[in-house]
Design a protein around this ligand. Structure first.
Ligand code: AP5
Ligand code: MG
Length: 211
């Protein structure tokens, strides 16, 4: 099964991606994670990506599409994959159609009012990538799963979040219509439901597809 996860910044794509890929044995491919790993390793792509990510803008399409196109040729993708954060505009979606066959698009709709707090309060584990919110950490600075150090993403600040949300509205939201026209979109609401409850709803739909 090959899936796309669609949703605004902070909608819960990464949170659901871990659960979905575990349940269906899919490779989780997050373009944001790929860029952050490149930034950490000081690669040329990392240096380029950083200048866009810090402003909340999209990394150029050519670079992003080449990375995904190459990643999908790896052997592990034969068992199925989950794209988290790609495609992010109509150009990327049209490119993806040329080199991939997607079975379903999982779209998480969310009330925008929740996102600034969710993102600015997010802390992420350096080692396992688990996300937390400061309001539930009681001052803890390490991950309760693996003990890793928690950090705040550089793009999780009010100014950059504002720009990420604008970019989502202008460039990514039109993909909802694009995939609705293709007839393979599954819509969910991520505002009220805790992550586990949302996942149960997503799994109910995907179980039918996986059969
Ligand atoms: P990326 O890393 O993809 O970030 P994003 O889309 O902004 O989304 P986030 O990762 O911030 O949020 P999420 O939806 O994964 O939510 P999460 O599960 O963490 O991209 C970063 C940047 O890279 C982009 O701005 C761009 O510059 C570049 N980039 C990436 N892909 C690109 C592409 N294709 N083309 C060009 N550029 C690209 O959850 C958020 C928080 O909410 C967490 O604290 C979590 O614990 C909490 N939470 C999750 N679910 C729930 C729930 N149900 N209830 C309550 N809290 C919840
Ligand atoms: Mg994410």
């Amino acid at each position: 099964m090959n899936l796309i996860l669609l949703g605004a910044p902070g909608a819960g794509k990464g949170t659901q991606a871990t659960k979905i890929s575990d349940r269906y044995g899919l490779v989780h491919i997050s373009t944001g994670d790929i860029f952050r790993a490149n930034i950490k390793n000081g690669t040329k792509i990392g240096m380029l990506a950083k200048s866009y990510i810090d402003k909340g803008e999209l990394v150029p399409d050519e670079v992003t599409c080449d990375i995904v196109k190459d990643r999908l040729t790896w052997d592990d993708c034969k068992k199925g994959y989950l794209l988290d954060g790609f495609p992010r505009n109509l150009f990327q979606a049209a490119e993806l159609d040329k080199f991939a066959k997607i079975d379903a698009v999982v779209n998480i709709n969310i009330d925008f009012k929740l996102l600034m707090d969710r993102l600015c309060g997010r802390r992420v584990c350096k080692d396992c990538g688990e996300s937390y919110h400061v309001s539930t950490l009681n001052g803890a600075t390490t991950c309760s799963r693996c003990g890793g150090e928690l950090y705040q993403r550089r793009d999780d600040n009010p100014e950059t979040v504002k720009s990420r949300l604008e970019v989502y509205n202008e460039q990514t939201a039109p993909l909802i219509n694009y995939y609705t026209m293709q007839g393979n979109i599954l819509n969910f609401t991520g505002s009220e439901a805790p992550a586990e409850v949302l996942f149960a709803q997503v799994a109910e739909s995907l179980d039918k597809l996986a059969r």
